[in-house]
Ligand binder design. Structure first.
Ligand code: DMJ
Length: 632
């Protein structure tokens, strides 16, 4: 007991020290950059990223294909997941995004002809879903639709057939008392009797997008049902603090690892709650996200960092930044909670600046690389958040960050046949491995970042649909078939502007008038019913699916791009804004920082850390060179 108390005291002390030391020493570097990225350089960087993609993709195709992944130092291949050309599947939609019709077509055709899943392999349900199922589905949706500009005339749903077959082979994993799936399944024989009953929260709770899309494409609800049931199974076992742990027994429902956090083992659980709502319009996911996000911001957020706490007591167990946490600012942008996202990204990026890469773990109490967590396996998360923040703010500091990412990868990770993992971010030692997500995510987000600065003429930013990225970076479009827009807009429980209630008379789902889409700009026009305060009920007959979500980002005038040194960034997102209670919090009117964002949604209980921000933000203000004032 005394030991516990003294441990607590020690953590308390450590934590106080880390708050004061970390921010002053780490965040100091931020905002300092020699020359900002100008439009010409942005174009060069975009083209350089394209070359990076082909260096690695060609390296894979020439040396590893059809094995799963490339060994880029020795120029060989290895089977790491199921032995089914994993990297090719994971790269498909990046090929399409880059406009490489020839490679996209030949890859889709090869996969359609040669891939099969009736193999005696035990595979991770999570990895197989996000990499293979997601890769097949996104490529199918591109190859089968002329609106994407990449339709393959001879394509006959081969990838969809494969996706369905694969998902059916994973269904036995969901046959558990909790509905939470086993972590692994044999594609030929189902779950092995000796299979571990312990799985991670991310593993069980990150299947909804791929399984949901598959259900809507095949008209078989089973996939969507099992994935949703898994989320329910996890959420039903949350603690009284509305936190989930890292590992759970899928039979007993007991948590075997009670550390709650936003990174390792949990990360994409949060991600898919919001994204499943956005993609499918299913409000159950939104309700869960509201609770989960509010609790994370209350218990895990130590502005600008995030810690891991015991899910029951809320006591800090790990004051560690882990690199998987770095997706969070991107998710916050999607949720409209941009200010904390900016601060957290600044903090996380300071770790990258210090080492040239982010280590898997960085101890916030000792301000050093966490023991045993020195590697950088080419992860995308920080780059992904940089892309989202640039998209939302157009602040050129994010292009500068992008240039740093490219420089690090080119000078530190490039190797003969691709890009190598870094085993130790302090020694910059290379390892002979290249995860498929390097081509599915890391390069994709980098390319999108610079393309956004150049002309945004790509499928995601200027395509026929709004797109959601899966956790593996795969493009999932909000098409009517997938999003069932009108249905979602027309039942009770919708997230409505307060004054929308005066329009709620139509009981005819099919007579719902929509606000017109400006087809020229592909941007949903601002409507006076925004902004809103947090009513989570009612009927939203006048809003289309996408209009409710605010996924449109108004593009700044081209002329603003001329001054890229330090212009006033303009937040022009109309995405969801999370506020506590019924009050829409005003974005602080920062010096040199104007906001034109309009909230279209608010969430009770979110943003509860506002009273903590003053102290840290004051530090930020005094330590940054560009004198951006964030204090409220
Ligand atoms: C990817 O496979 C996915 O982004 C996943 O959600 C987390 N880990 C890797 C990238 O780091």
């Amino acid at each position: 007991m005394i030991l516990m108390e003294s441990n607590k005291l020690r953590w308390g002390l450590c934590y106080a020290i880390f708050i004061s030391l970390t921010l002053s020493s780490l965040v100091r570097d931020l905002g300092v950059s020699a020359e900002g990225v100008n439009p010409h350089e942005a174009k060069q960087l975009r083209d350089e990223v394209r070359e990076m993609f082909y260096h690695a993709f060609d390296g894979y195709m020439n040396n590893a294909f059809p094995l799963d992944e490339l060994k880029p130092l020795s120029c060989q291949g290895e089977d790491t997941l199921g032995g089914y050309a994993l990297t090719l599947i994971d790269s498909l939609d990046t090929l399409a995004l880059l406009g490489d019709r020839e490679s996209f077509t030949s890859s889709v055709q090869w996969i359609g002809k040669n891939l099969q899943f009736n193999i005696n392999k035990t595979v991770s349900v999570f990895e197989t879903t996000i990499r293979v199922l997601g890769g097949l589905l996104s490529a199918h949706l591109i190859a089968s639709d002329c609106a994407t500009g990449m339709r393959i005339p001879s394509y006959d749903n081969e990838l969809l057939v494969l996706a369905e077959d694969l998902a059916r082979r994973m269904l036995p994993a969901f046959d558990t008392p909790t509905g939470i799936p086993y972590g692994s399944v044999n594609l030929m024989y189902g779950v092995d009797e000796h299979e571990s009953k312990i799985t991670s929260t991310a593993g069980g709770g990150t299947l909804t997008l791929e399984f949901g899309v598959l259900s809507r494409l095949t008209n078989d609800p089973v996939f969507e049902q099992v994935a949703k049931n898994a989320v329910r199974g996890l959420w039903a076992r949350r603690s009284t603090l509305d936190l989930v742990g890292a590992h759970i027994n899928v039979f007993t429902g007991e948590w075997t690892q009670k550390d709650a956090g936003i990174g390792t083992s949990i990360d994409s659980f949060y991600e898919y709650l919001l994204k499943a709502y956005i993609l499918f319009g299913d409000e159950e996911y939104l309700y869960i996200f509201q609770e989960a996000y509010g609790s994370a911001m209350h218990h895990l957020h130590k502005d600008p960092w995030y810690v891991e706490v015991n899910m029951d007591s809320g006591a800090i167990v790990w004051p560690v930044f882990n690199s998987l946490q770095a997706f969070w600012p991107g998710l916050q942008v999607l949720a409209g909670d941009v200010d904390p996202a900016i601060r957290t990204h600044t903090a996380f990026f300071s770790v990258w600046k210090r080492y040239g890469f982010t280590p898997e773990g960085f101890n916030l109490a000792t301000l050093s690389v966490q023991y045993g967590q020195k590697s950088y396996p080419l992860r995308p998360e920080l780059i992904e958040s940089t892309y989202w923040l640039y998209k939302a703010t157009r602040d050129p500091r994010y292009l500068d960050a992008g240039r740093d990412f490219v420089a690090s990868l080119q000078y530190g990770a490039k190797c003969p046949c691709g890009y190598c993992h870094i085993t130790d971010v302090e020694l910059h030692k290379q390892e002979d491995h290249m995860e498929s997500f390097f081509l599915a995510e890391t390069v994709k987000y980098l390319w999108l970042l610079f393309d956004l600065a150049v002309d945004s003429d790509n499928l995601v930013d200027n395509g026929p649909y709004k797109y959601i990225f899966s956790t593996e970076g795969h493009l999932l479009p909000l098409t009517p078939q997938i999003s069932l827009a009108r249905e979602h807009c027309s039942y009770f429980g919708g997230y409505c502007p307060r004054n929308a209630t005066k329009f709620e008379q139509s009981n005819d789902d099919h007579q719902v008038p929509e606000i017109e889409l400006d087809h020229h700009s592909n941007i949903y026009p601002y409507h006076e019913s925004f902004p809103v305060t947090g009513l989570i009920k009612g009927l939203c007959p006048r809003l289309s699916h996408a209009q409710k979500y605010g996924l449109s980002y108004v593009l700044p005038e081209k002329t603003e791009r001329e001054d890229v040194k330090r212009p006033k960034p303009v937040i022009t997102s109309r995405s969801i804004v999370l506020v506590s209670d019924q009050t829409v919090e005003k974005r602080p009117q920062e010096e040199g920082f104007t906001s034109e964002s309009e909230p279209i949604m608010s969430i009770s209980g979110g943003g509860s850390s506002s009273d903590q921000t003053g102290q840290e933000l004051t530090l930020l203000e005094s330590e940054t060179d560009d004198k951006r004032v964030y204090s409220s």
